[in-house]
Design a protein around this ligand. Structure first.
Ligand code: UD1
Length: 420
């Protein structure tokens, strides 16, 4: 077990290199199951969720090697076990992404039901319904999803709600189905498009990824591919908020600015001067305190739920009152009680947080509850007077590569302490 300790106060300045996107690399790793040849994936972030995914595929019999630069080579041809057990699925909900590829390639899959998690109930009914429309026979028993299909058939699928991993599971399954699949009301997230590009590199026929309607023409076989994962827009956004909350000047490099419009708009509203190049973004607060911002989370291209907690932290010390409404998950304000322990003035009304900015926060011991909430607590610690400790950092390690090193590099006083 470890804690992160932060001494608040320094104004952050400098450059941070952004890693590959967690939410792109996970589906890409699982998509390699669809291939009949070896794939090589680059720009892979060093994250606990990547380790879990590799462990899961290795348990299934795939041959996987990782070099010192985190390039992953996957030979899926030895895969012979079609089960994702509860002990791994419970630590990473994205394990549900093995369902579509296993079923399409091997005709069967048993995947433990992910169950609820801190931020809400997070059902997988859309994944199951879409696969049933493609001809799969699916039973849910003993806590498992048991799916069988000789060969999936193309189908027209209208998603009831916009689901990122739901869209990805169905798109992956459809690549080897017999005929054409059309997914309507598809998630438009850049990570869905990145997965589509990887599948196309493997030989899949996909058009429309990144829009509401994705069309997939099934093929008999996919090969392998060499692919470099998209940069992480949520990691980049988190470091830009770190610059904004401290009144600093931070440049993030190796990013795709065009995937971050909604985040950059809100940072500008908060008073930041934003300058972008092809693959970098610089934020300059010119020493000013941020202004409070109002925002509502929604599927891409609107403001991402995965940046909501970080902007809640920003509003805590901003000038004015900010109203933040969460519409994607029903219980994603676990960080509010922890921020209140630092002296934040936040009133929660259902799925809306009303945050009155205060001039200063004061350090306290804090507990991380989920991935993005833990990032928000670290951000608040950067401006809290004294030493803030954040416990249960395994949540952060699921999605942020060496966060203490990257923040330390731009002037934060932050360290990790092992505790027994
Ligand atoms: C993905 C992201 C996560 C992000 C979320 C929303 C990955 C690995 N994770 O999660 O970081 O916060 O998108 O942008 O990419 N829903 C249903 N039935 C379903 C599926 C979803 O009702 O079968 C609901 C969910 O409860 C939620 C909403 O749809 O309220 C959106 O969830 P979804 O987009 O599926 O989230 P994930 O794909 O799990």
């Amino acid at each position: 077990m470890a804690k992160i300790l932060i001494n608040g106060g320094p104004v952050l300045q400098g450059e941070v290199w952004i890693s590959g996107a967690k939410n792109a690399v996970l589906p890409i790793l699982f998509a390699s199951i669809l291939g009949s040849k070896t794939s090589r994936i680059g720009n892979v972030p060093h994250l606990q969720d990547v380790t879990t995914s590799v462990e899961l595929m290795a348990q299934m019999g795939a041959m996987i090697s990782i070099d010192e630069r985190m390039r992953i080579e996957i030979d899926p041809t030895t895969l012979n076990n079609h089960e994702a057990p509860y002990d791994l699925v419970k630590t990473m909900r994205a394990s549900i992404l093995v369902l579509g590829p296993l079923l399409a390639k091997h005709g069967r899959a048993t995947v433990s039901l992910p169950g609820g998690c801190a931020i809400g109930s997070r059902p997988v009914n859309l994944h199951i319904h879409g696969l049933e429309l493609m001809g799969a026979d699916i039973q849910v028993r003993n806590g498992n999803i048991e799916a069988i299909a000789e060969r999936l058939k193309g189908a027209r699928i209208v998603m009831d709600m916009v689901s990122v991993t739901g869209t990805e599971n169905l798109m992956m399954a459809a690549t080897l189905a017999d005929g054409i699949t059309v997914i309507e009301n598809a998630a438009q997230e850049p990570e869905v498009e990145d997965l589509a590009n990887y599948l196309i590199a493997m030989g899949a026929k996909i058009s429309g990824a990144g829009s509401h309607t994705i069309t997939i023409e099934g093929v008999d076989e996919l090969g392998g591919a060499e692919y470099s994962v998209l940069p992480d827009r949520i990691e980049a956004g988190t470091y830009l908020v770190a610059g904004a909350i401290t009144g600093g000047k931070v440049k993030v490099t190796s990013v795709r600015p065009e995937t971050m419009d909604a985040i950059l708009d809100k940072l500008q509203e908060a008073g930041a001067k934003i300058t972008c190049g092809d693959d970098w973004i610089e934020l300059d607060m010119q020493g000013r305190r941020p202004l409070a911002v109002n925002l509502t989370t929604s599927p891409y291209p609107a403001f991402p739920t995965d940046m909501q907690a970080q902007f809640t932290a920003l509003n805590c010390i901003a000038e004015g009152t900010g109203v933040i409404t969460e519409t994607v998950f029903e219980n994603r304000f676990m960080h509010v009680q922890e921020l209140q322990r630092l002296g934040a003035d936040i009133q929660l009304e259902g799925n809306t947080a009303i945050i009155r900015g205060v001039e200063k926060l004061t350090a306290a011991p804090l507990m991380a509850t989920d991935l993005r909430a833990s990032a928000c607590l670290v951000l608040a610690g950067l401006v809290a007077r004294g030493e803030t400790s954040v416990d249960r950092v395994y949540h952060i390690d699921r999605g942020y590569e060496v966060i203490e090193e990257k923040l330390g590099q731009i002037g934060a006083k932050i360290r990790r302490k092992q505790i027994t």
